[in-house]
Design a protein around this ligand. Structure first.
Ligand SMILES: [Ca+2]
Length: 337
């Protein structure tokens, strides 16, 4: 090819490789010295996922993660009702190196119909039977935020609920609307679900329910047997966006996002007391004003030992990124301080 053509094509090729690539690329959420400054958290790699794959499948609005140990597969849900499945590659030292998309399904009801957009706001994911040594028996427990809607008489009803699905995205049972969802705010509902030994499935409400104190939100077993008062961080806008199990306690993810500039992400350990109280110890505070390149993290899953992945919801905005970050919790004391 003549040099003249090279000079025209090279910038285009470089732009495609760096900016518009439909493949994940490795990045970091902070410079090395900042990554090394979190005594309770050890970082093990971050990938930035593209806005869409080469076949046009969109990747965005991700709000929940689930790692299936038996299938060596990652499930991701979006707040538009899509279920993505992917393989991950880690290197010999446990660093997250690559993400391979497998397929994408729309979530469907028991009748096989794709969920209507008003019903497809999937925000929380937890897997069942994903680490029992048996393949083919995974169930997905999905929480839907479901904005509050008024009927013709002016009564406010919420579409918040949870439901089990097959790995193909088809519902395997009817929906559940537990009392733990009473009083939730519009766009502030069931945002987190985790399976906790001794308690079963525990749900978390993103923002304080009606008539609750300003900085306290509700955790509850999805079968309504027990509930707790979870103290949110004092940050303005701090909201509970994801939970996972951590040695008998909960690992919680809180996000304080004030668009367009301020994001503070907190990783916290929550010990649930029998009397309905919650003891919190903070594991890490990641603020973009301190140099962290964090985004709108909303999903969390346990990938073995004390290792986890978290994912950010880019809100389908060109200003935001879908980040998949690996970390390990080093504070493994049996009780929160
Ligand atoms: Ca299994």
């Amino acid at each position: 090819m003549p040099p003249r053509f090279f000079s025209v094509l090279l910038p285009i090729t470089v732009a495609w490789l760096t900016g518009c690539s439909a493949t994940p690329h490795r990045t970091a959420i902070a410079p090395a010295d900042l990554l090394a400054s979190t005594p309770n958290i050890e970082w093990c790699g971050t990938l930035s996922l593209p806005g869409e794959w080469q076949d046009g499948t969109p990747v965005g609005g991700l709000s929940g993660l689930g790692w299936d140990e038996d299938e060596a597969m990652l499930f991701l849900i979006s707040d538009r009702g899509w279920l993505h499945r992917a393989r991950l590659t880690f290197d010999g030292s446990g660093e997250l190196r690559d993400y391979e998309p497998l397929d994408t399904y729309p979530l469907r009801g028991e009748d096989g119909a794709i969920l209507a957009s008003a019903e497809s706001d999937a925000e929380a994911l937890s897997l069942e039977n994903a680490d029992d040594g048996i393949r083919g028996n995974t169930q997905l427990v999905i929480g839907f935020e479901g904005g509050a809607e008024s009927d013709t008489a002016g009564n406010v009803e919420s579409n918040a609920r949870w439901q089990r699905f097959l790995p193909s995205g088809i519902a395997s049972e009817p929906t559940h609307r537990p009392e733990g969802l009473l009083g939730i705010q519009s766009n502030g509902g069931l945002e987190a679900i985790a399976s906790l030994p001794g308690h079963g499935l525990v749900g978390g409400i993103e923002n304080p329910p009606d008539d609750w104190p300003e900085k306290v939100t509700r955790l509850f077993t999805l079968d309504d047997r027990q509930a707790w008062r979870y103290p949110l961080a004092a940050n303005a806008n701090s909201a509970l966006t994801a939970m996972e199990s951590l040695d008998g306690d909960l690992l919680t993810l809180e996000r304080a996002y004030t668009p367009p500039a301020s994001i503070v992400i907190r990783l916290r350990r929550a010990h649930l007391d029998d009397d309905g109280g919650v003891e919190i110890s903070e594991l890490a505070r990641l603020s973009n004003s301190d140099g962290w390149s964090v985004d709108n993290f909303e999903g969390l899953t346990h990938i073995g030992e004390h290792r986890y992945l978290m994912v950010s919801d880019d809100n389908f905005s060109l200003r935001q990124r879908t980040l998949l970050s690996c970390f390990a919790v080093k504070d493994i004391d049996p009780k929160a301080q």
